[in-house]
Ligand binder design. Structure first.
Ligand SMILES: *Cc1c(COP(=O)(O)O)cnc(C)c1O
Length: 379
């Protein structure tokens, strides 16, 4: 079976994890900091906080700016539900701004402008499939609305936007990543937030470990003893283990190659194959940014065509996916008052979009088969 996404674990990766299991610390040890520092350096950010999922990354980033009841976040409906679920965890209200009408899948800055209000605390662009959102325009709008920006970069490791690498937080306050196995690099489960803001950094360190304060200078009670710590806010157990961080360090070393393989070799081969093929149109490209291609998304005529293609490919041993079911159309969100028709451009995009296999273990002959079967299935 050829799947749309898959991890790549080398023998060296495996050996490093085996060795790490001999370390005295399995969690809260030195490998966590080492991974954070290496990841921050890769992105070009000052700080990074490792957590045990991309969802936890979003949650502590939202909590770092004190997102709470009565506040709103403005985000895209074309995302994994975690983006807005994390706002619900804070009892805040997600507001969905429709995507651009250009088949890129990106949130529309004009729609963000229409949706911001005095209640807007955070704008959350998601870099769809690895294609960075319009960060400059979004920053402009957020600054005027006095809102923070948290990037959902769970699909965009190694992508770049103009002169900025995703994760350097040049256009945002914080940037969230996931290390789920289908993403560009993996720790099994895992996530990371990058930031250049020391206050957010320290707050997030506390939030991922029960809200525990570690800095003696900030204690309310002094000289209690060496065992002493204080809890200053309500945090969670969002810690990533040391052996996962060791896998993360290994994967991070391979990340530049992974990104090159996806965005250069695999994506360009698909681009060439579908260039003059009318039935399957690759999602829109932008030439001022690098799509690091977590996904390769193609658009077909309509939902019926997509269903037929999906089934045809499945019968041929090729398992595709669809990214994403518009969040506001999920029954849970409909219960909260969201309706079909709220974001018509996104709903139309969803009907036509299909993600075809894109991962670094995909061989050239497998890719040939995918191309052939897509063309065959759409005849
Ligand atoms: C994968 C993903 C997440 C969630 O990450 P987990 O590590 O699975 O919690 C959030 N947002 C987007 C856009 C994602 O693709």
């Amino acid at each position: 079976m050829i799947t749309y996404g898959k991890q790549s674990i080398s023998d060296t990766d495996r050996l490093a994890v085996m060795e790490a299991l001999k370390d005295p610390y399995l969690t809260t040890g030195p490998k966590v900091k080492e991974f954070e520092e290496a990841f921050a350096k890769y992105c070009g950010a000052k700080y990074a906080v490792a957590v045990n999922s991309g969802t936890a990354a979003l949650h502590i980033a939202y909590m770092a700016v004190d997102l709470k009841e009565g506040d709103e976040i403005v985000t895209t409906p074309l995302t994994f539900p975690a983006t807005s679920n994390a706002a619900l965890y804070c009892n805040a209200t997600p507001v969905f701004a429709d995507i651009k009408n250009d088949d890129s899948g990106l949130i529309d800055p004009e729609e963000i402008k229409n949706k911001v209000s005095p209640k807007t605390k955070i704008a959350v662009p998601m870099h769809y499939g690895g294609l960075p959102a319009d960060l400059e325009e979004i920053k402009d709008i957020a600054d005027k609305a006095n809102a923070f920006i948290v990037e959902d970069a769970c699909q965009a490791h190694g992508a770049t936007y103009k002169d900025s690498k995703i994760g350097d937080c040049k256009y945002s306050d914080m940037c969230c990543f996931s290390f789920h196995p289908v993403k560009h690099m993996t720790t099994g489960e895992g996530g990371m937030v990058t930031t250049n803001n020391r206050q957010f950094y320290e707050k997030m360190l506390a939030l991922r470990a029960h809200g525990m304060e570690r800095n003696k200078d900030n204690f309310k009670v002094k000289d209690e003893g060496g065992w002493y710590f204080e809890m200053h806010c309500l945090g969670y157990n969002y810690r990533l283990t040391d052996f996962q961080c060791v896998l993360g360090l290994q994967q991070l070393k391979r990340l530049p190659k992974f990104v090159l393989q996806r965005s250069w070799f695999l994506a360009q081969k698909y681009d060439r194959a579908f260039k003059d093929f009318a039935g399957f149109k690759p999602s829109t490209k932008y030439f001022d940014r690098i799509n690091s291609h977590h996904l390769y998304v193609g658009l077909v005529k309509d939902l019926e065509t997509k269903k037929r293609l999906y089934q045809h490919l499945k019968e041929k041993g090729i398992l595709c996916q669809v990214h994403h079911i518009p969040v506001h159309t999920h029954p849970y969100y409909q219960q909260l008052g969201f309706k079909n028709g709220d974001c018509p451009v996104c709903e139309d995009f969803y009907q036509r979009a299909i993600s075809i296999p894109m991962h670094v273990e995909l061989t050239s002959s497998e890719q040939d088969k995918v191309i052939e079967e897509i063309k065959g299935g759409l005849k």
